[in-house]
Design a protein around this ligand. Sequence first.
Ligand code: COI
Length: 357
Amino acid sequence: MKQQTFAFTRSENLKQKPEASTLEFGKVFTDHMFTMDYSAETGWHDPQIVPYAPLELDPAAMCFHYGQTVFEGLKAYVTEKGKVLLFRPDKNFERLNRSNDRLCIPRLDEDLALEALRQLISVEKEWIPTAEGTSLYIRPFIISTEPFLGVAASVSYKFIIILSPVGAYYKEGINPVSIAVENDYVRAVKGGTGDAKTGGNYAASLKAQEVAAASGFSQVLWLDGLEKKYVEEVGSMNVFFKIDGEIVTPQLNGSILQGVTRDSVLHLLNHWGYPVTERRIAIAEVVQAQKEGRLEEVFGTGTAAIISPVGKLSYGGETYEINNGVTGEVAKRIYDTITGIQKGELEDTFGWTVEVK
Ligand code: COI
C-alpha cells in the first residue's frame, strides 16, 4: 500500500497521564483519536487524527436506535528497550470486516486501518503504561450515523479509534474467578450475531451478568441458545477445559466469537504438543469430569484479560471447586507466554507482534 500520512490536529490541552498503579480497565482516554467518515457517494473518506473529544451526532443517528455498530479490542505494549509492539492487529481488522459484513456496514481497507492505528499509536506512545499487568487498550469501532428512524442499513458511518491505558480487566487478574452456568438467558444463537463483535451481543449479556453478580459470581458460562446443553463462551471470553490431559474448546459454530486470543492459545498448545480438540462440549460432560476428578482446568481467553482461570463453577444447584480454586499450570503457562511475547520478553516464534516506530 502507498504510505499515507493522515491529517493531524494536535490537541492544545494535553491531559495529565495517570499513575500506573491507579489504572483500571477502560476509564481513562488519551489525547487524540483517529476518525474517518463514510458516505454512500464518497465511500470512506477524510481520515484524520484529531483531539479526543465528544462527538456531535443527530439524535436520530441510527446507531442510537437499532444497534448497527461494530467494534474491536487489541493492545499495545512497550518493551524494556522502548520498542512499541502491537499484538496481531491484522487479525482484529480482518474480524472487524467480518463483523461489518454481518451488520451490513461497508468494509474498511484493512491496510489503511492498520496504518491509521500505527500513526495514532505513534502520536500517543507516551501513554503506553509499562507497569506489570498494564497496557494500552485500543478500541476501533464503527457507528451508523444516518439520521433516519426506518429499520435499514445506514448510508453514513464513522470509524473511530480511541486508546485507553489500562490495568487488569478483572479485579482478580490472573487469579481464578467464580462462574455460574446460565440456564435462562442466552448470549446468542446460530444465525444471529454471536460471531460478530457488535454491541448488541454485549447488551444481551448484561441481565444474566447482573443476576450472577447478585449471587456472588463474577461471570456466567453461556450455553447454546437452542438446547442449553453445550458450552459456548464464558463472560465475554472464549472458554477452554482441560479434561484428562486433553484440552478442549467449543468449536466455532456461528454463535461463538472467533477470538484472536483463542486462536493464539490454540497455536501455542499445538506447538507445545498438548492434545487439543475444538469440538462441541456438553455442560453435563464438564460436570461429570469434575465429579470424577478428571476436570483439571477451566479458563477463559480474551484480549482484555488474556487468560482468566475459573476457580468455581456453579451448575444445577451445586458449586464445584475447579483445580482446588487455584490457577492451573496450563493457564499460567499460556498467560506468561502470551504476555511475554506481547512485551517483547520472549521470542516471537509465530511473528505475532508488529512494531510501531
Ligand atoms: C475481551 O475479552 O477482550 C472482550 O471482548 C471484552 C471487551 C468487550 C472488554
